[in-house]
Write a protein that binds this ligand. Structure first.
Ligand code: PDD
Length: 294
């Protein structure tokens, strides 16, 4: 990314991303005392905005970060996107508890830092979505509140690095009992006995916006959805596997730790859901601004 060209917004002030200066005492930097969101931009408009802002609100409440005007933040995001002229890309938003002398308890007088940027980005996954991708599995060494979209992503970073070194697209996390929770930046779905199977919405996973949207699409398409975790040692019970996320959309998984899923090609249910997702995005692109999102 050419950061000179990327437009950022810091507490309401627009500036090039590479001119942004954030205090070394910012609690996001020192403690990971921060939450974030990543939204997709299709045709110059943000996708599933209400859903992302509801989750942002929930993350803020969960870490007791007060003093953020969500509607104002949303307005800043739309203004930044409009000024940036980004048509295809992402918006990154991060809110921290602000800068204060380093001490663990919440500071008394810090102002939250509201940082965001809009980045033009080519969809680098087109081919992988067609062909299917491999994943590895890694122990889920994260904390007990994976439902909060916090910036504490070290376990995710380490696992994803392992995936990259294995030339794979994602790492799936498993708990000590062998059950799979989600990926480092995606949610996980399988197809078993004609049903879509995905981990229940609880503290073990991030309630993915794409996951929620897909569950709705699946039900509309008459595909039953079962909220249950898959097991790392029983993946031979599933005939299809895919991960979902804002940037990945629906990514077929055709091998896990070197073992193929079915015949090692994307399956029909995954294909149907990809088509339904693409149709929804296409309808969004063609709809008037203001209906969904901006
Ligand atoms: N990641 N699970 C985790 C741990 C995630 O970090 C993400 C998103 C998802 C999918 O959520 P959604 O459908 O709302 O994107 C699931 C973002 C994209 C990121 O960290 O870049």
């Amino acid at each position: 990314m050419n950061t000179q060209k990327v437009l950022a917004n810091v507490n309401g002030t627009l500036m090039p991303l590479d001119e942004v200066r954030i205090s070394a005492l910012d609690r996001g930097f020192l403690f990971g005392d921060a939450i974030y969101e990543v939204l997709r931009v299709y045709g110059g408009r943000p996708w599933l905005v209400d859903e992302h802002f509801q989750r942002l609100r929930r993350s803020l409440d969960s870490i007791r970060l007060a003093g953020v005007d969500i509607d104002r933040l949303r307005g800043r995001m739309l203004e930044t996107l409009a000024q940036s002229k980004v048509r295809e890309g992402i918006i990154y938003i991060q809110v921290t508890r602000g800068a204060a002398p380093r001490s663990h308890p919440f500071p008394k007088n810090a102002t939250p830092l509201e940082f965001l940027y809009a980045e033009a980005r080519e969809d680098g996954y087109v081919e992988a979505r067609q062909r299917g991708a491999c994943v590895v599995t890694r122990p889920d060494i994260r904390w007990d509140r994976c439902d909060i979209k916090s910036t504490n992503l070290l376990a995710n970073v380490l696992a994803m690095q392992d995936a990259c070194e294995a030339d794979c697209i994602e790492a799936l996390f498993y708990l000590p009992d062998g059950t799979l929770t989600e990926g480092t930046h995606t949610n996980l779905f399988g197809v078993r006995d004609g049903r879509l199977v995905t981990a229940p919405r609880n503290n073990e996973i991030l309630p993915g916006i794409t996951r929620g949207f897909l569950v709705g699409l699946a039900r509309q398409a008459g595909v039953a959805v079962e909220e249950r975790k898959l097991h790392r040692d029983r993946l031979d019970e599933v005939v299809e596997l895919f991960v979902s996320g804002t940037t990945s959309e629906i990514m077929p998984v055709v091998s896990v730790d070197g073992r193929p899923i079915s015949d090692g090609t994307p399956g029909p249910v995954t294909r149907r859901l990809q088509e339904a997702y693409n149709a929804a995005v296409q309808a969004f692109r063609e709809s008037e601004a203001g209906e969904r999102g901006a």
